[in-house]
Ligand binder design. Structure first.
Ligand code: AMP
Ligand code: MN
Ligand code: MN
Ligand code: MN
Length: 277
């Protein structure tokens, strides 16, 4: 059984740790096949690969792309790609470019409800200012006593429908798939259990994804409950999708889970890494 962890974050996006520290935690969790998948950013891939190789883990380059589909945000993970591919690199830069303006709008909304200084506050938590994320706002709000936990921040302020939520248009599904596949990678629908689509929308999403050459979804992820492990294992069986596994680790003690420690994929599913050399 291969202990694969194919989804996690470093301080190049909204994780808290540098790639080498994330690599050490992967090793400690027993991971033998690893990918670090920062949001819309591949700048950490060289450090992650070097750290993985020094620790004797197999490494595949990865990214988690923010996509707008049917007016909602979904995430598409790209794995085993060439992170130096110029079209991918350019596409990710364009996707990132709206984050700063969106961050200012989030701060304006928070100011209206009595929370001043959130833009500068959140930026202090962003190691990579081009990747200013709601997670950085969440850390600012927790550490300044506005909320108990990052989950609490999203529930009260930052999730869709809450007062600090600012709608944003990310990459299209077609673009994200083309960038990943053009870089030689495999596209995986990240944590489908998190999306608030109807059954009909889900079947349209899976159909559109398949039409674009997609054939893998995350089944066991730190962003799913154990019930969702079972639910999306069934989806993988019904659609004939390959399955992926990853912690979605961001920071020690910040919800979700440690690298490498989730249950393995059900035996009958085809792991996304089956054909990798
Ligand atoms: P952004 O890309 O700036 O919209 O931020 C999205 C990130 O916020 C996700 O990648 C998660 O790390 C985090 N996030 C989203 N929803 C929640 C939640 N309910 N609880 C904790 N973190 C969340
Ligand atoms: Mn994140
Ligand atoms: Mn995600
Ligand atoms: Mn993630």
């Amino acid at each position: 059984m291969i202990n694969a962890d194919l989804h996690c974050h470093s301080h190049f996006s909204d994780g808290l740790l540098p790639p080498a520290d994330v690599a050490r935690r992967a090793k400690a969790g027993g991971v033998s096949l690893w990918s670090m998948t920062d949001h819309d950013e591949v700048a950490g891939q060289g450090e992650a690969r070097a750290a993985a190789e020094a620790l004797g883990m197999r490494y595949v380059e990865g990214v988690e792309i923010s996509v707008t589909w049917a007016s909602r945000t979904i995430h598409v993970v790209g794995l085993a790609l060439d992170s130096k591919d110029p079209t991918l690199v350019g596409g990710l830069a364009a996707t990132r470019s709206g984050r700063d303006g969106r961050g200012k709008q989030i701060a304006d909304r928070l100011e209206e409800i009595g929370i001043p200084g959130a833009y500068e506050g959140a930026l202090k938590y962003a190691n990579n200012p081009a990747l200013l994320s709601r997670t950085h706002f969440a850390r600012f709000l927790v550490e300044n006593g506005f909320c108990e936990s990052t989950a609490d921040v999203f529930g009260r302020y930052l999730a869709e429908g809450r007062p600090g939520y600012v709608p944003h248009v990310w990459a299209s599904l077609d673009q994200a798939m083309a960038w990943i596949q053009g870089a030689g990678g495999v596209a995986v629908i990240a944590h489908p259990g998190r999306y608030k689509y109807t059954q009909l929308e889900f079947s349209e999403l899976f159909g559109a994804f398949r039409d674009l050459g997609g054939d893998a979804i995350e089944v066991v992820t730190g962003s799913h409950t154990p019930d969702q492990f079972r639910e999306y294992a069934d989806v993988a069986r019904r659609y004939g999708f390959r399955a992926s596994r990853g912690s979605d680790f961001h920071a020690p003690g910040e919800g979700r889970t440690e690298l490498g420690t989730l249950p393995f994929l059900p035996d009958d599913l085809t792991p996304v890494w089956r054909d990798w050399q």
